[in-house]
Design a binder for this molecule. Structure first.
Ligand code: NAD
Length: 488
């Protein structure tokens, strides 16, 4: 009870009715929208609902702030980013509580997300100062070529609800390191975390106008306003492949620089000589982090026939033992899904798989109230079952048994997605031989997690364009310019 009162006080302290953040100030709108806790279905806040006018005001502020921020020395920008890291870490309790309340994930998952989210500021504070270019002698003429990288300009950032902190910081930190200013639209389900981050960044010394926030229920209205504004020179989107594709069409009209982090359909491969206990431990992380609502979530399991029985038994027992409940309860390991619609979608996929011959081999329980779905293991899943080709985005693990490596690899790659995959094998070189034939941007080798701020996160095929994290993440917010120097 005390915790609930504290959280309500903290939410009130964020003043979400003035949650639009432009030029360093919180502003309101004529309307507000409700944010619901997916575990209790309580309305936990009313947030200012921005429209195209506020979207344009945010670009005005970002465009005004751009010249001074771009002209800062890399060291000065790095120091602001480093202070931002410290400030975000210091506010771990607040940010984790907000993530639990509006997204529903467990406290452990929420705290892990805050640590991951903050780390982008530390990584890019270190990377911001490595702004080297190239100097070359042109082969025929002997003229000199100088290559440098400039901030692309005002960047429009659009983020999903499943990692309300990390998807924002994974874009803001490299953009700021590159010298860009930003306008950010969070998902309407999870605006509170973004509001808190914006305030924390301001207090940490990010200059007014450099980071602007526009919560809204009119995503197309706000984002279209940005994509049509000539001052916006970049769009960086994380979300579903369908929306990403539509934004790419819009971006094409202005030949707008676009980065896309889209959906996934990760395969989790277990070979005959894998350490089965380790594979099960990895599978629990790869599948159930955030209740299965991660773009990198293991979506389908390909387990070698020699170890299938043991794997299903151990995995099934671990799944049945999972504590499902509100994230606010410390004992909960898995929270609710984000919406009633999400629950219906996952249930439809499971029903369809069962109708096509799959067996519900293991299933956990759920509380009666809230948007919960029980953690579920499906066996006897036909290799062409639709559940293997679409993002489940819920705590369901379909298992396919294989004994022919060529056939298994064909099935693994038979998807429009190519974000992440996982391979568990006894010998590293065997795991790598399989990984090198998987068409995915990231492969966990004997690990159930691939996210790392220092590594290039992104996908092949319809999972996206571009990379976030690592040095690549800064390049997404830079233009390359070269000077051809007369050498007569
Ligand atoms: P979504 O595509 O519905 O929404 C993402 C964002 O786009 C939200 O801010 C939303 O308000 C906005 N949006 C929705 N429709 C829009 C429109 N017509 N015009 C402009 N903006 C619009 O995705 P979601 O349900 O919030 O997130 C889940 C999806 O995100 C999954 O597919 C998941 O795989 C993907 N995801 C990908 C990554 C990655 O790094 N590749 C990371 C996290 C999530």
């Amino acid at each position: 009870m005390t915790e609930t009162i504290d959280l309500q006080d903290q939410i009130a302290g964020l003043d979400p009715k003035h949650g639009i953040h432009v030029d360093g100030r919180g502003i309101g709108a004529t309307q507000t929208f409700a944010v619901q806790d997916p575990a209790t279905l309580d309305v936990i806040a009313e947030v200012a609902d921005a429209g195209p006018a506020e979207a344009t005001a945010a670009v005005d502020a970002a465009a005004r702030a751009l010249p001074a921020w771009a002209a800062e020395t890399p060291r000065a920008r790095a120091e602001v980013l480093r202070r931002a890291f410290d400030a975000l870490v210091a506010e771990t309790d607040l940010l984790a509580a907000l993530i639990v309340a509006e997204n529903g994930k467990s406290q452990a998952d929420a705290r892990a997300e805050v640590a991951y989210a903050a780390e982008f500021f530390r990584w890019y504070s270190e990377e911001a100062v490595r702004s080297e270019g190239d100097y070359a002698v042109a082969p025929a003429s002997g003229t000199r070529t100088l290559v440098t990288h400039r901030p692309v300009g005002v960047a429009a950032l659009v983020t999903p609800w499943n990692f309300p902190a990390a998807m924002a910081t994974r874009k803001i930190a490299p953009a700021l390191a590159a010298g860009c200013t930003v306008v950010l639209k969070p998902a309407a389900e999870t605006p509170l975390t973004a509001i808190a981050i914006t305030r924390i960044l301001k207090d940490a010394g990010v200059p007014d106008g450099v980071v602007n926030l526009v919560p809204t229920t009119d995503a197309p209205g706000v984002v279209t306003t940005w994509l049509e504004d000539a001052r916006v020179r970049k769009v960086s989107f994380t979300g579903s492949t369908g929306v990403g594709r539509a934004l790419l069409h819009q971006a094409a009209d202005r030949v707008l620089n676009a980065s896309m982090e889209l959906g996934g359909d990760a395969a989790f491969v277990v070979t005959a000589d894998a350490d089965v206990e380790a594979a099960v431990a990895g599978a629990m992380i790869a599948k159930f982090r955030g209740g299965g609502q991660a773009c990198t979530a293991a979506n389908r399991f390909y387990v070698h026939a020699d170890v299938a029985e043991e794997f299903v038994q151990l995995f099934g027992a671990a799944v049945e033992a999972l504590q499902v409940g509100p994230g606010a309860d410390e004992k909960s390991q898995i929270g609710p899904l984000i919406s009633a619609r999400a629950v219906d979608g996952v249930r439809a996929l499971v029903d369809e798989a069962v109708a096509a011959g799959a067996t519900v081999a293991h299933q956990g329980g759920t509380p009666d109230e809230g948007w919960f779905f029980p953690p579920t293991v499906l066996t006897d899943v036909a290799p062409d079952s639709p559940i293997l080709g679409q993002e489940i985005f819920g705590p369901v693990a379909p298992i396919v048994v294989w004994d022919d490596e060529e056939q298994m690899l064909h099935q693994v790659n038979d998807t429009e997605f190519g974000l992440a995959s996982y391979v568990y094998a006894g010998r590293l070189q065997d795991a790598l031989k399989i990984a090198e034939r998987i068409d995915a941007g990231m492969v966990g080798i004997n690990r159930g997690i691939v996210s790392d701020p220092a590594a290039p996160f992104g996908g092949f095929k319809q999972s996206g364009l571009g990379r976030e994290g690592a040095r690549d993440g800064i390049r997404e917010f830079q233009e390359t310019q070269y000077y051809s120097v007369d050498w007569s």
